[in-house]
Design a protein around this ligand. Structure first.
Ligand code: FMN
Length: 192
């Protein structure tokens, strides 16, 4: 049996080399305090030591609040070019400070300033005001003034179920499922 995490890597590598634009965009769903699902796009950025997928965000954002209350998460990729869909269901782990800081420091200066200016998901009075603050800080701050905020960093998706979906002719698609049972992956095919 192929290791499903290896297969995820293969699919992502193929997307990276052949898809134009955001090959790494995934729709991530969380569950809020009212047990209501919420979804948004984020970018897969790197693998954890366990080969899990990591994205980066503001921990105070809506999604950050959701996962503090409920660690369940799902992530879905779709690549039109290959007619493939990858679904991952699992729970989250907050990455170490070292991982977060390393990635933050690798971002362009303007993106780091934007991360500092934006209280992601909170109300603002006007977009112009936000933009002015961003421009002002870009001029006032230098490289050494900017460090990764405590509330900003990586989220690792630890999978418990993975589905590889391949579009086939006449809607007879192929669905290969892997589920973790007592630390072992079990696999089966399911009907399209
Ligand atoms: C293609 C795309 C990629 C995005 N990547 C990220 C990302 O990596 N991290 C992030 O926090 N937001 C990203 N966003 C913005 C999110 O979709 C979302 O607006 C933001 O994270 C706030 O979501 P929340 O209020 O549910 O927490 C991206 C949006 C798009 C359209």
């Amino acid at each position: 049996m192929i290791d499903p995490k290896k297969k995820i890597k293969q699919w992502l590598e193929r997307a990276k080399s052949e898809v134009e634009g955001n090959w790494n965009a995934m729709c991530v769903s969380t569950i809020d305090v009212n047990d209501t699902p919420d979804s948004r796009m984020v970018l897969f950025k790197e693998y954890s030591d366990d080969d899990n997928l990591i994205f980066f965000t503001n921990y105070n954002s809506k999604k950050g609040q959701d996962i503090r209350n409920n660690s369940a998460i799902s992530a879905t990729f779709f690549w039109d070019k290959f007619d493939t869909q990858l679904r991952i269901k699992g729970f989250v782990r907050i990455t170490s400070r070292e991982v977060s800081t390393k990635y933050f420091d690798s971002r362009p200066f303007a993106s780091r300033v934007a991360a500092i200016v934006s209280n992601q998901s909170s109300k603002i009075d006007s977009y112009d005001e936000l933009f002015e603050k961003y421009e002002r800080l870009q001029n006032e701050l230098s490289e050494s003034d900017i460090s990764c905020p405590e509330h900003w960093g990586g989220i690792e998706i630890v999978p418990t179920r993975i589905e590889f979906w391949e579009g086939h002719k006449n809607r007879l698609h192929k669905r290969e499922v892997f589920e973790l049972h007592e630390d072992k992956w079990e696999t089966c095919l399911i009907s399209p």
